[in-house]
Ligand binder design. Structure first.
Ligand SMILES: O=P(O)(O)O[C@H]1O[C@H](CO)[C@@H](O)[C@H]1O
Ligand SMILES: O=c1cc[nH]c(=O)[nH]1
Length: 288
């Protein structure tokens, strides 16, 4: 069988040998990758490193790579939304698993540990502002995974069907993927845990109403009333489901850790969001 060469239009490499959007060379990526939404949060993470040997960026994709103890870690901002996650996960995987000289998939594949350190809104009364929550699964309400061949295990498909039926949102085709059980055990074992809902927007797609009317009335109540064998939908944000689904396809381990800044049931928002985010960053770095 001939080895498939990936075209210059499918995999775009900049003149300096870096990948198109992330602007990184293959050697710039460590085996542990922390993703954050906010480009300013990259420095908030890397300031805890013992050393930083690389700082690069393009658009909203800022990267620092350095060492913490005996671990080499890359921290990278994704910007907001699963459309950006499509770019970040595909380019990260290409950086480690495609030979840029021959444009072919390497015979030995590397599996990254991808840990998202993000912010989120709680949809349950018993999860207050200030909580740190680990996502057992990501449930995507966005359309990203309509374009990829699915790779879900049977348990997730069953749970996905149960949730879809409960929500009555069949037209959105919600997709469900579990996070890495290895990373959940290592980092999230004693944290609050739940199914994180990933929305394709911050306002109406998360049930917020400022001036425009919402098509799905009572979205938060509908989401928060789902329960199956103690599995509950717990929080809303905008990247986790895409990260879990694409990491699963590429064979990477992924875990999403969420600082709860909004309490949607009690209509509250954190007074000290930076302090909550700092606590989450320290907690994750201690456990990596
Ligand atoms: O704080 P980050 O990591 O960006 O995460 C959350 O915050 C953004 C919305 O304010 C979305 O990206 C959402 O997922
Ligand atoms: O409610 C929230 C808070 C942070 N990020 C979100 O996407 N939603």
């Amino acid at each position: 069988m001939s080895i498939q060469k990936i075209s210059e239009a499918d995999l775009i490499i900049n003149p300096d040998g870096s990948i198109y959007h992330l602007n990184l060379l293959p050697e710039d990526v460590a085996d542990i990758v922390i993703t954050v939404g906010d480009p300013d949060r990259v420095g908030e993470v890397s300031k805890h490193f013992d050393s930083i040997d690389l700082k690069k960026g393009k658009r909203e994709f800022i990267t620092h790579t350095g060492n913490l103890g005996n671990k080499r870690i890359t921290v990278l901002s994704t910007g907001i939304g699963t459309d950006n996650i499509d770019i970040v996960l595909n380019e990260l995987d290409a950086l480690v698993n495609i030979d840029f000289e021959t444009r072919t998939v390497k015979s030995e594949l590397r599996s990254l540990d991808i840990i998202r350190i993000g912010t989120s809104g709680s949809i349950r009364e018993d999860i207050p502002v200030g909580s740190i929550l680990a996502s057992t699964h990501g449930l995507g309400l966005d359309a990203l995974m309509d374009f990829y061949e699915p790779n879900n295990n049977i348990e997730d498909v069953y749970l996905q069907q149960k949730i879809t039926k409960h929500l009555g949102l069949e037209q959105l085709r919600p997709y469900l993927t579990a996070g890495s059980s290895k990373l959940l055990h290592q980092i999230g074992h004693d944290l609050l845990q739940g199914i994180t809902v990933t929305a394709p927007g911050f306002y109406s797609p998360q049930g917020r109403k400022v001036r425009a009317n919402n098509r799905f009335e009572g979205l938060i109540d509908k989401l928060s009333s789902f329960e199956h064998q103690n599995q509950k939908l717990t929080n809303l944000e905008m990247e986790t489901a895409g990260i879990y689904a694409l990491a699963n396809i590429f064979g990477h381990q992924a875990l999403s850790i969420n600082a709860i800044l909004a309490q949607r049931k009690k209509l509250e928002f954190a007074k000290d969001p930076q302090k909550i985010v700092d606590n989450m960053i320290k907690l994750v770095l201690e456990r990596i």
